[in-house]
Each structure stands twice: as structure tokens, then as C-alpha cells.
Design a protein around this ligand. Structure first.
Ligand code: NAD
Length: 365
């Protein structure tokens, strides 16, 4: 099975391999048609393609059809940045006003980073942002400036995750993320959904016709299942199944903390109602940024962090494992590979993207 980059080819999953540049251009063009200015469309497209490059296809260009629907329904506002609700210096309260999260999230981080450098810390409450995508993107902005950042995020879209001990979905995939600079080495970037897996990964698996391992999902009747379709399409009784949290009660606790901090404390709100069919995905994000230089521990922090990393790496490989991997490494490895060899997009996802573009064309016709 041979392929050239950019060719449309058939693999066992019916996919095509597209160079990142080409994908950025194509997504920019679609997002512009949602009403975005060119600069906004380019920034949103670059963020989505970066998620694909980082190995997180769930938060990549496959989100575009959802964004198109959200704009058409009036749930996502193109060309809309953050509104400052409160600014005390080290405390920022920002309203995302349903703008593209790839824009509002970057604005929030730019402001927070500047304040953290000034004051040593900054807490940024960002509410009512449309989908922020891969949260690690924001931690990477902070660590690039030598800053620590911690993010708690809630998701207002569909209650797709079941509480530990519960039998149906009650909240979103609520990601949390911690970015820590590691001296002159690549940073630690821990970034994951508090569900056992991200909802978008179930869409990708469903589109590929794959089953998922035990312990990920319950069906519409609260029974364990391996079928990712239960959280992607309505089931026989019109209801969806649900994802489970990672780490049993511990993951559930973290998911709840994300809802309380990312939703309640930011002012964006928590989920406590029945599901609807609206396509918008709103995120609330509470971010804390710390400058180790201002804290006065920069030298010992860098020394101790590197010593701990060295210590971890001396651990012998567990049988049948790839050895110790640090958070952030898989994404950097995927980027190096996909920048070089292109990004595989399965045909179901590609058809959804084309259908979304066609909807926008008919709107302008
Ligand atoms: P995941 O399960 O792939 O975990 C990713 C994290 O684990 C990364 O920090 C990665 O570096 C680390 N990691 C991976 N393999 C490792 C290993 N062998 N050893 C040590 N660390 C390892 O991620 P996920 O839960 O599927 O989340 C994917 C993305 O979805 C994230 O970027 C998240 O922010 C995003 N997300 C966004 C939303 C939203 O509403 N905006 C909601 C949920 C998830």
C-alpha cells in the first residue's frame, strides 16, 4: 500500500494523508466562510492543525463541522474577542462572549502571562468561550516564557461523562492541564480529559468503525459497552450512552473540581439540565500562572526539576513497555513525524468537513 504525501489513497481505514500546510489553507478557507476575518480564520486553522500534528486528532480539523453548525445556529460568534469584566492586575475576569476559543484562549493567556511577569502570579477566569480545543496549547504559551501554568476547564455542550457510581452522563469531558518549564530541556505538559478518553476520540473511533477497550463506556441503559457510537449517535431509545471518568473516584473528583473551578468560579456556569441538540461547545477555564523568578526559587526549581527528571529516566523499562515517557513527549514526537509525513484524515471525517463547507456555500448562494 504505497502513498505520496497529499495523494488521496485508500488504507484499511479509508484515509487520506494531507500535508499540514495544505490542511491549514483548506481549513482557513472554510472558517473564513463562517464569517471570520482572514487573521482569525488563519489562527483557528493553525490551532486545529497543531492539534492534529500533536497527535490529538480529536481536537483537530474534525471539529470544523461542529464549529460551522454552531455558527449557523448562532452559538459561536466569529470576530469576537474577550471582554474584560474585572482587572485588578493579578486577577483577571474575562468573558469569552462565545468567540472562537482559539482566539479568546490566546488573548486570555497573553494577558495572564504579562500580568504574571509583573506580579509573580495571575489568576485568569475565562467564561463563555467557545471550544478552546487542546488546552496544552495554552500551557505551551506559558512554559515558552519560563512560567508555570495550571488550567481547570469545564465543558458546556452535552453531559457525556457519568459520575463514578452513576449510570448516565451528567457533565462534560472537563480537561485539566499543567505546564512546567524544565530548565533548558523540553517542558512537562500534562494535558488530558478527565473522562477515560476524550469524546472526540470516540468520534474518530466511530468514524473508523473501531471498538474501544473495556472500561471506557456505558450504553444508553447504563451497561458496559465497547461501541464508541453510543456517545456519538442517539441510540434506539433516543438517548446517548456515556463515557466513564479516568481513575474511578479520583478522576470523578478531578472532573468535579474542573466543573466547580472552570464553570462555577469563572462565572460561566455549570451543567445541571437535560441535554439539548445545540452544537455549540462552551468552555470555562480557570488558569493560574506562576513566575518562578518572582517567587525567588528559579535556580533551585530548575535544578531540582532536572534532577528529578534524570532520576525518573534511570528507572529500568517495565516488560513490554516503551520505558518512562514524560508528559509532553508524545505530542512533540507526533509533531516531528506528522510535520514530515503529513496528517492522516479518515474519510468519514473528511466527508463531514466537505458537507460543512457545502452548507456554508448554500448559505451564501
Ligand atoms: P491523552 O489520554 O492522550 O493524554 C494526554 C496526556 O498524557 C499528555 O499530557 C501526554 O503527554 C501524556 N502522555 C501520553 N502518553 C504518556 C505516557 N506513556 N507516559 C506519560 N505521559 C503520557 O489525552 P486526552 O484525555 O485524550 O485529551 C486529548 C486532548 O483533548 C487534550 O489536549 C485536552 O486538552 C483536550 N480536551 C479538550 C476539551 C475541551 O472542551 N476543550 C475537552 C476534553 C479534552
Amino acid at each position: 500500500m504505497a502513498s505520496r504525501r497529499g495523494d488521496v489513497i485508500e488504507s484499511q481505514f479509508m484515509s487520506q494523508c494531507i500535508p499540514a500546510d495544505q490542511l491549514r489553507q483548506q481549513m482557513t478557507s472554510i472558517i473564513q466562510k463562517t464569517g471570520s476575518e482572514l487573521a482569525e480564520a488563519e489562527q483557528v486553522a493553525a490551532n486545529l492543525v497543531m492539534a492534529n500534528l500533536s497527535g490529538h486528532d480529536s481536537h483537530g480539523v474534525g471539529m470544523v463541522p461542529r464549529y460551522v453548525d454552531a455558527v449557523l445556529e448562532g452559538g459561536l460568534n466569529p470576530n469576537t474577542g474577550v471582554k474584560v469584566v474585572l482587572d485588578t492586575g493579578p486577577l483577571l475576569n474575562l468573558d469569552g462572549q462565545r468567540g472562537y476559543g482559539q482566539i479568546t484562549g490566546v488573548q486570555a493567556m497573553q494577558m495572564g502571562i504579562e500580568r504574571a511577569k509583573q506580579h509573580g502570579v495571575c489568576t485568569v477566569a475565562l467564561s463563555r468561550s467557545h471550544h478552546l480545543g487542546r488546552i496544552g496549547h495554552f500551557a505551551e504559551m506559558a512554559v515558552a516564557q519560563g512560567l508555570v501554568s495550571v488550567h481547570f476547564v469545564n465543558v458546556l455542550s452535552r453531559p457525556v461523562v457519568a459520575p463514578f457510581g452513576g449510570g448516565d452522563g451528567r457533565f462534560g469531558t472537563n480537561p485539566c492541564c499543567i505546564g512546567i518549564p524544565m530548565g533548558n530541556r523540553p517542558p512537562f505538559v500534562l494535558d488530558y480529559a478527565t473522562s477515560r478518553v476524550a469524546q472526540g476520540k470516540m468520534r474518530v473511533a466511530h468514524n473508523k468503525g473501531e471498538q474501544v477497550p473495556d472500561g471506557y463506556l456505558i450504553d444508553e441503559n447504563g451497561q458496559p459497552t465497547n461501541n464508541p457510537g453510543v456517545v456519538v449517535v442517539p441510540q434506539s431509545n433516543g438517548l446517548f450512552g456515556a463515557l466513564m471518568t479516568f481513575g474511578e473516584h479520583k478522576g470523578f473528583g478531578m472532573a468535579m473540581a474542573c466543573e466547580l473551578l472552570g464553570g462555577a468560579l469563572t462565572g460561566g456556569g455549570t451543567w445541571h439540565r437535560e441535554a439539548d441538540n445545540k452544537r455549540a461547545v462552551l468552555n470555562g477555564m480557570l488558569t493560574m500562572i506562576i513566575d518562578p523568578v518572582k517567587l525567588g526559587t528559579q535556580d533551585s526549581f530548575a535544578k531540582e526539576a532536572l534532577a528529578f527528571e534524570d532520576w525518573l529516566r534511570q528507572s529500568p523499562d517495565a516488560p513490554n513497555s516503551e520505558g518512562v515517557v514524560l508528559a509532553g513527549e508524545p505530542e512533540r514526537k507526533a509533531r516531528a513525524d506528522r510535520e514530515q509525513n503529513g496528517i492522516w484524515i479518515d474519510n468519514a471525517t473528511w466527508s463531514e468537513i466537505q458537507a460543512a463547507e457545502a452548507k456554508l456555500k448554500s448559505r451564501h448562494a
